[in-house]
Design a protein around this ligand. Structure first.
Ligand code: GDP
Ligand code: MG
Length: 162
């Protein structure tokens, strides 16, 4: 079976945009992942001839009381089922407490993590991406999921750990 890559991160950082970017124009195959809720959807993806299953997480409600737990719970389940993780952070916002919570569970998981510094739409935001070295997850890959900038490089990095 194809390796499973979980896409995790806070709401609105651009996880689903990144998934669509990776899938390109091909019709995404949406399927239920056994044992998880419909808030997680799996897509058949490939890059440079390597096939993998990309699991988007999200769809939870943004509410003031529950969001922190929900983010961590969703991420934890998806990470448990994954062979590798694309951890998406909004570089223009920087690392938040919710991001730090996800970092802790990623460390506990021992799974390989590729850090996506998203919303780096132009050169001026490159410095925001570099600040994410502080998360201690290795190189932050500057990406604009919206425009495609840097997405090839981060996928190459993903294949290295798959
Ligand atoms: P998710 O909740 O993490 O799945 O985030 P979405 O993919 O739904 O994106 C949330 C918002 O961020 C949307 O308005 C996207 O258009 C926007 N967005 C996503 N990626 C980028 C990016 O690279 N640059 C910019 N400027 N906006 C982005
Ligand atoms: Mg989403």
């Amino acid at each position: 079976p194809a390796p499973v890559v979980a896409v995790v991160g806070r709401p609105n950082v651009g996880k689903s945009t990144l998934v669509n970017r990776v899938l390109g124009r091909r019709e995404a195959v949406v399927e239920d992942v056994p044992g998880v809720t419909r808030d997680r959807v799996a897509y058949d993806a490939d890059w440079s001839g390597r096939r993998f299953t990309l699991v988007d997480t999200g769809g939870w409600a943004v509410d003031a009381t529950g969001i922190h737990l929900r983010v961590a719970e969703q991420a934890e389940i998806a990470v448990d089922l994954a062979d590798a993780v694309l951890f998406v952070v909004d570089a223009t916002v920087g690392a938040t407490d919710d991001d730090a919570a996800v970092v802790r569970l990623l460390r506990r998981s021992g799974k390989p993590v590729v850090l996506v510094a998203n919303k780096v739409d132009d050169e001026r935001t490159e410095a925001d991406a570099a600040a994410l070295w502080n998360l201690g997850l290795g190189q932050p890959w500057p990406v604009s999921a919206l425009h495609g900038r840097g997405s090839g490089d981060v996928l190459d990095a993903l294949l290295e750990v798959l």
